[in-house]
Structures are given as structure tokens and as C-alpha cells.
Design a protein around this ligand. Structure first.
Ligand SMILES: NC(=O)c1ccc[n+]([C@@H]2O[C@H](COP(=O)([O-])OP(=O)(O)OC[C@H]3O[C@@H](n4cnc5c(N)ncnc54)[C@H](O)[C@@H]3O)[C@@H](O)[C@H]2O)c1
Length: 469
């Protein structure tokens, strides 16, 4: 693979990108030196100027054009995701189609969300005023993205930012840079002036420079808690959007369609080898159906085929690296030593880690409280909905949750009481549609993605008020 050189190159050692599946070298990218920050910012300032002056129809046609380019080359885009992120080809194709939709939604947003009339006559006293507010660009946005969903999560930042007339300094994961390079190339091919997106690759130093620069108006970060926390400390007075980790609960009530719940939870737990921020991590099952559900769940999990992500019949690809798979293995060993019972999986071959199911994990275990981000799921029985909700709400942070039930009142009661950014009814926690508001509740969550919502975060209202008195 070759990397388009949109960024300034330096004498730093290039970053080598490896295949998560077999460890082979996929390519190298130039690292950006933090000493180049003033040049990067100068370029981004020019980009912000150009972007703000693009008429809305032009922003929309660029985004639509990029969507068409990606759709026409969808297999190549999907293969890049498979090679660098280890997602299965079937799942990678779905990510490409979602990215196409994210860009199309962004094009719509550019055309329709220009501002609103202010109802000055709504209360006594301002009837003589007439006016509106427009949605103005923020200017320069620093976007930092993780390794999973290396195409669509980047589109969720670039699409709304371009729709809103901003420039972006984009720092994708060093583990999966090629999908974002492909995406930026497609945008440029569709007519985006190059200065509007500046691709930057590197580690802590360059991220600190990008995040702390006074010219940057917003930092839009997706990644882990520790990184997010470190970045927020360095950002200073600017807007922050923090899309962090999860530890999703799915509640399975005794009146649900058990087959559908099993199918949904297995897919929800092991999609992308569990490297999914809204993947089902804790499946809470009502006690009177627990054994039936557990046996069916374990049987379905054992049928999953882990292996080469490029093969059409592979269900579970590798983890992002052997190191990460080893850390997962160690966390599961820790839970087993603390009393959890292994029901299946927990075999590792390099970065391939077999889908793993545990029961009886003590709630004091790290695995129960912290995000696992791996093909590991814990089953636990509960007696009443109150107990299920208490268990669901235990962790300090929360993104999505799910509930399977045949009773609408129970579903709505749970939706109201589970603390999460979204509660999926009769779906696993991992359902996401790219137009819906997306983000966490509780510790660390700031801002929302989902194209319309990210667009609102990435623009600011400016009021024009006429005194007609
Ligand atoms: N809420 C969401 O929308 C969402 C979506 C996907 C992933 N995630 C989360 O992302 C995490 C997995 O992704 P990851 O492992 O790539 O996350 P990460 O936090 O390790 O990395 C995220 C980004 O920050 C950079 N980075 C990492 N360490 C850094 C440091 N010390 N200083 C500066 N930059 C640094 C990385 O290069 C990458 O670009 C999980 O916690 C997952 O839940 C959240």
C-alpha cells in the first residue's frame, strides 16, 4: 500500500503498519514532527478560509461525489479495512456502505441546516426586532480517531466538518492509517481543496501540539478513556467532543423471543472480534430462562469460525495485534482466577483469540467493570428487572445498552432507567444507524456524533438582529 503524502514530511522514522492477521508489513507512513506545527496550522488556516467560502451546494456536491467514488471502489476500500484492521471482509463491506451513507447524510446537512429565524415576537417587548441566526464554521478542528472502524468513524468527523465549512487536522490511528488516506483522496478527487484536510501521523508529541494549539477551535476525539482524559487536560479553552469506550449490558427478559435474543447477542458480542465500543460485554438473563439461553448462546458461539479475515466464511477475524490478544487472555485468566467459569473459547493463536464466554464473573472483577474491547462476553442471571437495571448501571461509564422483551411497558421502563446514550429494544447494544445521535452518558462523555448532531457541534450560531422601531 502507498500513502498519499498530504502532510509535511520530516526526518522522523517512518511508521510501519502491520497486518493484524499475519504480522506482515503493509506499508509505511511518514511521521509528522511536532516542530512542524506552525506550518500545519498555517495550512489549516488557509483551509478554513477556503472551506468557509465554499457555497453549500459545493460542499454538498464534494461530499456526494466522494460517496459515489467510494461506492464505485467499494471492494478496494473494504479490502484495505480487512488488511489493516483485521475486520472480516463481510463486515468491512458493511462499513464501506455505512461510510457512503455518512457522507451522503453530511451532504444533506450542508444543504439544509443553515440556521433559523429567531421568534422575537414570542414574548412581549421585542416585537420591533426581526432576525435569524446562521450556523457558522468553527474554523480549525483537530480530529483524532481509533483503529476500529477506520473508515466510517473518520467519515463521521470529516463529513460534518466539511458540511459546516471547517478545516480539519486529522490524526488517524497509526495502526490503521490507510483507510483515512483513501477517504481523504476520494474527497480531494471529488473536488475538495487539499488544504481543507491535513493528514498528520504520529504519537503523543504531535497530538499534544495539535490539541493544545490556540488556533484550534475544537478537538473531536474517538478512542480510549486514558487517551481521552490526557487529551482533555491539554486542550484548554476549546470545544471537546469525547467519544470514549463502553461496557455494554444487554438485558434478556423471560418473555422475549429467545432464538432472536441469542442471535442478536452473539453477533453483538463478537462483531469485529469484539473490538466495538458498543459491543455486548455483559448479557444479563432472567433466571428462569438462564440455562436455556446460556446453552443456546454457547452452542451458537462455538459455531463461529475464527480465521483469515479475507475469507468469505470467516465470522471472527484477528484482534488488532498479538499484544492486545495477549492482554485479553491475561484479563480473562484474572477473571477465572477470581472465580469466573469459562464456558467456551479462551484459546489464542497469535492475534486470533477464540470467542470466549464466561459466567459467574465476580462484580468486583476488572473484566466486569472495565471495557474489555475483545471477543469476550460475560453471562449473568438476574431475578427482577430492578436487579437487571442495577447490574446494567454498575460501571462508571456507559455508551449503549440493549433489552430483549415481548412487553412494551417493560422495554420502555428499562429504556428510561438504564443509564446510557442509547437503549436498543429487541436489538443488541451494538445497533447503530449513522443518522441517530451517538455518544455516552455518565463519566467522560462529551458531545454527540451522528451526522446532524456532529454538524451542530462543529458549527456555531451567529445572530443577525434588525431593530425596525
Ligand atoms: N465512542 C465511540 O464512538 C468509539 C468508537 C470506536 C472506538 N472507541 C473506543 O476507542 C478505543 C479503541 O481504540 P484505540 O485503541 O485506537 O484507542 P486509543 O485511545 O489508544 O487511540 C485513539 C487515538 O489516539 C491516539 N493516541 C493513543 N495514545 C495516545 C497518546 N498517549 N497521546 C496521544 N495520542 C494517542 C491513537 O494514535 C489514536 O489515533 C476503545 O476504548 C473504544 O471503545 C469509541
Amino acid at each position: 500500500m502507498t500513502a498519499a503524502k498530504l502532510h509535511i514530511t520530516t526526518s522522523l522514522a517512518p511508521i510501519t503498519v502491520y497486518s493484524p492477521y499475519d504480522g506482515s508489513v503493509l506499508g509505511t507512513i511518514d511521521a509528522t514532527d511536532a516542530s512542524e506545527i506552525s506550518e500545519l496550522l498555517a495550512r489549516a488556516r488557509r483551509g478554513a478560509e477556503l472551506s468557509s467560502k465554499l457555497p453549500r451546494h459545493k460542499r454538498a456536491s464534494i461530499l456526494e461525489g466522494a460517496a459515489q467514488i467510494i461506492e464505485s471502489r467499494r471492494e478496494a476500500f473494504a479490502e484495505t479495512i480487512v488488511r489493516e484492521a483485521g475486520k472480516t471482509i463481510v463486515q468491512a463491506r458493511k462499513e464501506v456502505l455505512r461510510c457512503v451513507n455518512t457522507l451522503k447524510l453530511s451532504a444533506e446537512e450542508a444543504k439544509r441546516n443553515a440556521g433559523e429565524i429567531v421568534p422575537f415576537d414570542a414574548y412581549v417587548g421585542s416585537e420591533q426586532r426581526q432576525g435569524w441566526f446562521t450556523r457558522e464554521p468553527l474554523g480549525i478542528i483537530t480530529a483524532i480517531t481509533p483503529y476500529n472502524d477506520p473508515l466510517n468513524l473518520v467519515a463521521h468527523k470529516l463529513g460534518p466538518a466539511i458540511a459546516g465549512g471547517n478545516a480539519v487536522l486529522l490524526k488517524p490511528s497509526n495502526l490503521t492509517p490507510f483507510s483515512s488516506i483513501n477517504l481523504v483522496d476520494a474527497l480531494v478527487e471529488a473536488g475538495l481543496p487539499r488544504e481543507i484536510i491535513t493528514l498528520v501521523h504520529g504519537d503523543r508529541e504531535i497530538v499534544t501540539a495539535l490539541v493544545s494549539a490556540r488556533d484550534v477551535r475544537m478537538v473531536s476525539f474517538t478512542g480510549g478513556f486514558a487517551t481521552g482524559e490526557a487529551i482533555s487536560r491539554k486542550a484548554g479553552l476549546k470545544k471537546l467532543a469525547m467519544e470514549l469506550g463502553g461496557n455494554a449490558p444487554v438485558v434478556v427478559m423471560n418473555d422475549c423471543d429467545i432464538d432472536k435474543a441469542v442471535e442478536g447477542c452473539v453477533s453483538g458480542a463478537f462483531w469485529a472480534a469484539g473490538q466495538n465500543c458498543i459491543g455486548a460485554q455483559r448479557v444479563l438473563v432472567q433466571a428462569d430462562i438462564y440455562e436455556r439461553f446460556r446453552d443456546a448462546f454457547v452452542a451458537a458461539t462455538k459455531k463461529l469460525k475464527a480465521g483469515d479475515p479475507l475469507r468469505e466464511d470467516t465470522d471472527v477475524g484477528p484482534m488488532i495485534s498479538k499484544d492486545v490478544a495477549e492482554r485479553t487472555e491475561a484479563s480473562v485468566n484474572e477473571a477465572i482466577a477470581a472465580g469466573a467459569k469459562l464456558l467456551c473459547g479462551h484459546k489464542r493463536d497469535g492475534s486470533l483469540y477464540q470467542p470466549t464466554v464466561l459466567e459467574g464473573t465476580p462484580v468486583t472483577c476488572r473484566l466486569w467493570h472495565e471495557e474489555v474491547f475483545a471477543p469476550v462476553v460475560m453471562l449473568a442471571p438476574f431475578a427482577t428487572l430492578d436487579e437487571a437495571i442495577e447490574l446494567a448501571n454498575e460501571p462508571e461509564y456507559s455508551l449503549h445498552a440493549g433489552i430483549f422483551t415481548g412487553n412494551l411497558n417493560v422495554a420502555l421502563d428499562a429504556a428510561n432507567r438504564i443509564e446510557a446514550g442509547g437503549v436498543m429494544i429487541n436489538d443488541s447494544s451494538d445497533y447503530r444507524f449513522d443518522a441517530m445521535p451517538f455518544g455516552g452518558s455518565k463519566y467522560g462523555s462529551m458531545g454527540r456524533e451522528g451526522v446532524h448532531f456532529a454538524y451542530e457541534e462543529m458549527t456555531q450560531p451567529k445572530v443577525v438582529c434588525i431593530n425596525r422601531g
